[in-house]
Design a binder for this molecule. Structure first.
Ligand SMILES: [Zn+2]
Ligand SMILES: [Zn+2]
Ligand SMILES: [Zn+2]
Length: 164
């Protein structure tokens, strides 16, 4: 048995994550406390990212839980390989973004738009088609909070990432 440094409850060793660097090879906090802490940390990290990148560049979805980071030039897999931590996924990636000062070839997309972009075979979200068919009527461009991140602002040909 071991007492959790956070909730002060005595719990079986199975309730603690392993930590090779600690004397008893267990983390000081129980799994429950650790997971809770980690989740809060993840959310804080995510909030920082999307405070910068804003709403979904396609449909303006603003709920943090729906938002993901997308590579405007569709080189996500390549990029993940080049930063050398493909297994770390989300948090590692968010970390990397902050460390690299929010690279401008990334944008926020909601899960829907992101999936649709990659699975439609179009290279962009099918929402764009709806937008195009509605734009036969000439419109004055309305600057939105998010207009800077709109995909059409960027070249469509994929260029190598310059900042790496
Ligand atoms: Zn605990
Ligand atoms: Zn969206
Ligand atoms: Zn969309």
């Amino acid at each position: 048995m071991k007492i959790c440094s956070k909730c002060k409850e005595e719990k079986g060793v199975g309730e603690f994550h392993k930590a090779k660097t600690n004397k008893d090879e267990l983390k000081g906090q129980c799994r429950q406390c650790y997971n809770k802490h980690y989740k809060q940390y993840r959310i804080a990290l995510k909030k920082t990212i999307f405070d910068h990148y804003g709403f979904c560049a396609c449909c303006e979805e603003s709920n943090l839980y729906f938002l993901t980071i997308d590579h405007i030039n569709n080189n996500g897999a390549e990029h993940k390989r080049s930063i050398g931590r493909p297994h770390q996924g989300g948090t590692g990636m968010y970390y990397w973004i902050i460390k690299n000062n929010f690279p401008s070839d990334l944008q926020s997309l909601c899960y829907n738009c992101n999936c649709a972009k990659h699975h439609s075979g179009l290279g962009f979200c099918p929402h764009e088609l709806d937008k195009q068919s509605n734009s036969s009527v000439p419109q004055t461009p309305q600057p939105t909070k998010n207009s800077f991140h709109h995909p059409s602002m960027y070249p469509t040909s994929s260029s190598p990432i310059a900042y790496l």
